[in-house]
Write a new protein. Sequence first.
Length: 562
Amino acid sequence: MGIIHKLDKKIIPKIAAGEVIEGPAGAVKELLENSIDAGAGKITVEVSGSVLESLRVTDNGCGISSDDLDVCFQPFYTSKIDTFDDLYNIKTLGFRGEALASLCAVSSVSIKSRISGNEAGTLIDVRDGRLVKKSQIGMNIGTIVEVSGLFKNIPARRKFLKDHKLEFQKVLEVVSTYALCYPTISFKFYRDGKLILNLPKQDNLARCKSVVGDSVFQFLIPFSGADSRLTVNGYISKPQAASGSQVNQYLFVNNRHVVLKDISRVVKRSYGTLIPHDVYPPYIIFIDINPDLVDVNVHPKKLEISFWDNGYINNYLEQILNDTLNSADLTYVVGSQSDYHYDKTADASTFMSLKDAVPLWKANVVSFEPYENTFQIANTYIASPVKEGVLLVDQHAAHESILYEELYAKYVTNREKSAAFTLSSPLTVSFGVKDAPILSEYLNTFADYGFEMYQVSSTDFNISAVPEILKNTDIANFVKEMLQEIVINGKPTDVDTRTKKTITFLACRTAIKAGDFLSQQEQKNIFLKLEQCRNLYSCPHGRPIKMIITTKELAHFFKRIK
């Protein structure tokens, strides 16, 4: 007799439920989506005990009829789609008929609901997926769903949810996220009878401020754009608000909260050198697109989606974000609350590695004022009075940015002239038997950027010329690192990108350091040359170059104003 057999029918719904409902936050998410789909204008979420013990969601939506309550908890019963084609024109948050069925399979569920036109509501109690009670009750129009003993019949799952504080935070995050997307709905959130969150109906701006808080809101920059296929709008933050965690990053597609790594990378890439590689900017992005151009049925929890053309969406959004950052004044201002910190002494002792360099961000030129009076602070910062207050510049970061642009300009000029540096004698570089055939396929790519390289044996290559900018670098290592990226990623990183990393390293190594004394003329030269740079705000590693202490902030400190 074979060993493959059909699963017990009692096990199947519990396995399926585990994919849809991972914990209390997942349960609240599904119930909130049902309330929003029902047209609710008010939603209240209540949790008690360990969050696992009891949670309740109340709304004033259209309600569920008595007949529909008989089947709403059964798997794949839904009011939102009828045919397979409907899956590609989804306009509601829910559609698969899995949420209530999943909850009823792993907990005890009580549903009370009343529709317009009925004088009374209906109550049902469901245990282990079975209807055990149905009766009429008095209640307002809307629905109340109460879940108790979540995963009580799956002890193995419950033991992974024993950090009650963390589970509560996840629930709060879910409520806040949906509140952010639906400002015309009022949200209340209670824990053990205590009101934790109270958000009345608001406009978009007020709701955004309520959810993310003043410390982030003050740094947000609005953006918008539209074409024939989609509309995008929302907020991105000034670099000053970036932090070491990806909190306050929100993406909504057709008012559905989703998490897309591609979009996160697009946002990060838009900042270029404005922020270091290991910090993340807050953002709130809304994308509205025809439903038939989005597949929302690609993830059990509906947290991921797929666009008809992901590349188009990414490129379109990146262009809008670039334009927004290019036109914004991103100068750091003292006195603003921020979670962003960086090591002010790092450049005095160490240099960033090549891997830490990021593509140079281009900014519109914003003219400085004439600097008749400049002075150094600790031989590290250059200060100058300006109209707004006192301007402070990190001399190493500023000089590094200046040198970077000078070196890169020379590289581009030489590249356009097809200029290459001929080595005094060919450099032989050996590769493994797996790597050599791959490199031979990309010799033309290297040639396009000024390399003269040819294969002399099954594993050896001779390099006779390289781009001018690389003449004093470790050429063999440069080529090997590029080849490794081909092996890992299936394609080479643009030689320009790798060259920028090399130029970043050279600029950092040769720039003025913290602790170097500068004459007043040298200080002025830093300001004047920096004025000509495309990026006035950060060095190629993403550390800030300048900041302003405003006269208002000084007046506050010295108690001249309240």
